[in-house]
Design a protein around this ligand. Structure first.
Ligand SMILES: [Fe+2]
Length: 292
């Protein structure tokens, strides 16, 4: 039997660096990993209808890093649409200038939608300057509400860097998700709209949650993998990368993870106190930047 299903590839957390800058925060050769994965994507059969990249496209958000990202995608010459979302490591100005050659409205959230192979793909921008965690402002919710009703007959796939807060009252863990308040609003906004899945990143491990009936899929990505067994003690990053192949059938969404070979050697380790300090530093920078 010859079934035709819509298929796509989910990439996340590419963390591409500026090749001219030595970045102590870059723990693996992400340019080589991206080139390797894009070569694999080209061998996927049947050819995917589209590719989504769910944020942290670069490690530092500079225009030069985005130019490098563009160069790697140009070199791979994929013949399907590639959709990009921004993450907390991405700067909007760097993205607009380096990837799109855009020179105005450089601070606007990058949210957009497209209909591809019978799927309405809606991309949100949960990045907020100097924040580790995710946020969606009121304007973006207004845009989302208007966008959700444009193709009422089509299944919707949401692409957003931060996954929603799985506990809507866990303020302590907001750094790893969309804020609790915005998560509640997102749940209410998406309800009843035939959302078949949400494709996310940020936490760097392969994880699937059923969130209010919507499958939320997170990938390891391409920079470093989170050691899930270490999570009760803090954050331990090990070598590892993966991408995922999605299949949309009338029955729903299937995700097949494609982990890459790795020795899972330790790259970086943070205690809970280290994490608290790191997040406090980000927050102090954000407040200082808002005052400036
Ligand atoms: Fe990331």
């Amino acid at each position: 039997m010859d079934h035709h299903h819509t298929t796509f590839v989910h990439l996340t957390d590419l963390h591409i660096g500026d090749p001219a800058v030595t970045d102590p925060g870059l723990h693996s050769d992400t340019a080589t990993t991206l080139a390797t994965l894009l070569a694999e994507v080209k061998r996927v059969k049947p050819a995917p209808d589209f590719v989504v990249c769910s944020g942290d496209l670069t490690n530092r958000g500079s225009e030069a890093a985005f130019r490098e990202l563009k160069r790697l995608f140009d070199e791979a010459a994929l013949d399907m649409p590639v959709l990009f979302a921004l993450g907390n490591h991405d700067g909007r100005p760097g993205f607009y200038q380096g990837m799109l050659g855009q020179t105005d409205q450089l601070d606007a959230p990058y949210c957009h939608d497209a209909v591809i192979a019978g799927i309405h793909v809606i991309t949100l921008d949960s990045s907020r300057p100097f924040s580790v965690g995710g946020h969606l402002d009121s304007d973006q919710f207004t845009w989302l509400e208007a966008t959700l009703v444009t193709h009422p007959d089509l299944p919707k796939l949401i692409v957003v860097h931060h996954p929603p807060s799985l506990d809507e009252d866990d303020i302590e863990m907001e750094w790893e998700a969309i804020s609790c308040a915005d998560t509640i609003r997102l749940r209410e906004t998406l309800a009843g709209h035939n959302v078949i899945g949400m494709l996310c990143g940020h936490i760097h491990y392969d994880r699937v949650s059923l969130w209010n009936g919507i499958p939320v899929v997170v990938g390891i990505g391409q920079h470093a993998a989170t050691d899930v067994l270490y999570l009760p003690d803090g954050l331990r990053m090990v070598a590892g990368a993966s991408f995922a192949i999605g299949t949309v059938r009338p029955s729903g969404l299937t995700i097949s993870f494609v982990p890459q070979p790795t020795d899972r050697r330790e790259l970086k380790r943070y205690s809970h106190d280290d994490m608290k300090q790191l997040i406090a530093n980000y927050e102090a920078n954000r407040i200082a930047a808002a005052k400036a």
